[in-house]
Design a protein. Sequence first.
Length: 142
Amino acid sequence: MKICIGSDHGGYALKLELIEHLKARGFEVSDVGCDSEASCDYPIYAKAVTDIITEKKADLGILVCGTGIGMSMAANKVEGIRAALCHDVFSAKATREHNNANILCMGARVVGAGLAEMIVDTFVDTPFSNDERHIRRISYYS
């Protein structure tokens, strides 16, 4: 599975930890930036990840900023993107099963590295249910 990941300065340190975690699990990870903790604009990196997902160059995306809110708002502006802001394992599982979310957003100032890794693991390991009711519901906004 290919995973694309991006962050702004607020999510940079957590992004680096998640990249190492995902690589240790055997995933192919593409990092689109940012490249330091210097102040930058999160929409640039949200667009970089959404472009890769909509072009089908990666299976799933992860976006990290300070709260996760800005990234999720920016990503969800893009047609074909279903970005979910998750700060707990239950939400990560449910959004994959029910919403077929293709981008996970998190806030580095909200969750620590250990919880973030559990959220990421749940997100990438949970398949879409393919239940007719979920397919129907997604069709309203896909």
